[in-house]
Write a protein that binds this ligand. Structure first.
Ligand SMILES: Nc1ncnc2c1ncn2[C@@H]1O[C@H](COP(=O)(O)OP(=O)(O)OP(=O)(O)O)[C@@H](O)[C@H]1O
Ligand SMILES: [Mg+2]
Length: 239
C-alpha cells in the first residue's frame, strides 16, 4: 500500500474536523474523495501533507513511513505533490519563473528526473503559449495547469489534487480531466477531491465518500453506482 491513513483524527486548533479516516491509495491508482461542502475532503488532504491542520490521532503512512509531525516541505520531499484548492502559484512571477522554482525540491519520486519544464509544457500546451506572462494574469484554468505543473516538477510518486476542476469553464475542465488521464497512464498515483460526479466517473478507479469527518462509503465507481442510497444520503444538497 503506497498511502495508508488509519483512524486519522485531525483538528484546527480545538475544532475537530476529522473523526477517524481510513483510506488507502495503491501504486498507479486514481482515487476520489467526494462529499458535501464542509464534509472533510480538504481536511483529509491537509492531514496527509501536514498543512494547516493538526493530526491528533491515527497514522498517515506513505511508503511505510509515518508522515505525522513532518513539515509540509518534508512530505513533498518524500514524493507527495500537493495542489491545494487555492492553487498557490507565484502571481508576480512569469510562467517560466514559476516552473523554475520547484526544481530545488526535485528528485523524490520513483521517476525522479522525468519531469522537466519542457515535459509539463507538453502536458499543458497553454503553459508554453504564455511562458512570459505573469501567473497572476492567467485564467483560473491556466493557473490550475501551472499549479499541477509545478507539483509535477518535484517528480512526485503521488499527486494530491483538491477539487482540480472547481470553478473552471467546461472546456478547461475537460483539458484538466484529459491531463489527469495522461498522468494516470504514466503511472502517477493520484488522490483527488471532487464534487462533480460525472468527473469522478471519468477519472476514478475507486472512491470514498466523506461526511462530517468520517468515511461513510468506500468502493469502486461501479459499487457506488449500484448503491443509490449513498448518493442520496451523503451527496445531495439537503432540501
Ligand atoms: N482553516 C480552518 N479553520 C477551522 N475550521 C476549518 C478550517 N478549514 C475547514 N474547517 C472546518 O473543517 C470541516 C471540514 O472542512 P473541509 O474544508 O475539509 O471540507 P470540504 O469537504 O473540503 O468542503 P468544501 O467542499 O467546501 O471544500 C468543516 O467543518 C470546516 O468548517
Ligand atoms: Mg474543500
Amino acid at each position: 500500500m503506497m498511502l495508508e491513513l488509519a483512524r486519522v483524527e485531525a483538528a484546527y486548533g480545538h475544532a475537530r474536523a476529522l473523526h477517524g479516516i481510513d483510506l488507502v491509495v495503491d501504486e498507479g491508482e486514481v482515487v476520489c474523495i467526494v462529499g458535501r461542502n464542509g464534509a472533510g475532503k480538504t481536511s483529509t488532504l491537509r492531514s496527509i501533507v501536514q498543512d494547516l491542520i493538526t493530526v491528533t490521532g491515527g497514522s498517515v503512512r506513505f511508503g511505510g513511513e509515518d508522515l505525522v509531525g513532518l513539515a509540509p516541505h518534508e512530505v513533498v520531499r518524500r514524493g507527495i505533490g500537493y495542489v491545494p484548492e487555492d492553487r498557490r502559484v507565484f502571481a508576480s512571477l512569469t510562467v517560466t519563473e514559476n516552473l523554475t522554482v520547484p526544481r530545488s525540491f526535485a528528485g523524490a519520486g520513483a521517476g525522479a528526473g522525468y519531469w522537466t519544464p519542457a515535459r509539463v509544457e507538453e502536458l499543458f500546451p497553454p503553459l508554453a503559449e504564455f511562458r512570459g506572462r505573469l501567473a497572476g494574469n492567467l485564467s483560473g484554468g491556466q493557473q490550475q495547469m501551472l499549479s499541477i505543473a509545478r507539483s509535477l516538477l518535484t517528480n512526485p510518486r503521488m499527486l494530491l489534487l483538491d477539487e482540480p476542476h472547481e470553478g473552471l469553464a467546461p472546456l478547461v475542465a475537460r483539458s484538466v480531466v484529459e491531463a489527469i488521464g495522461r498522468l494516470k497512464s504514466l503511472g502517477v498515483s493520484m488522490l483527488l477531491s471532487e464534487q462533480q460526479l460525472h468527473l469522478v466517473h471519468e477519472t476514478a478507479d475507486r472512491l470514498y465518500v466523506v461526511d462530517r469527518g468520517r468515511i461513510v462509503f468506500s468502493g469502486t465507481v461501479a459499487e457506488f453506482d449500484a448503491d443509490e442510497e449513498i448518493a442520496r444520503r451523503y451527496l445531495m444538497v439537503a432540501g
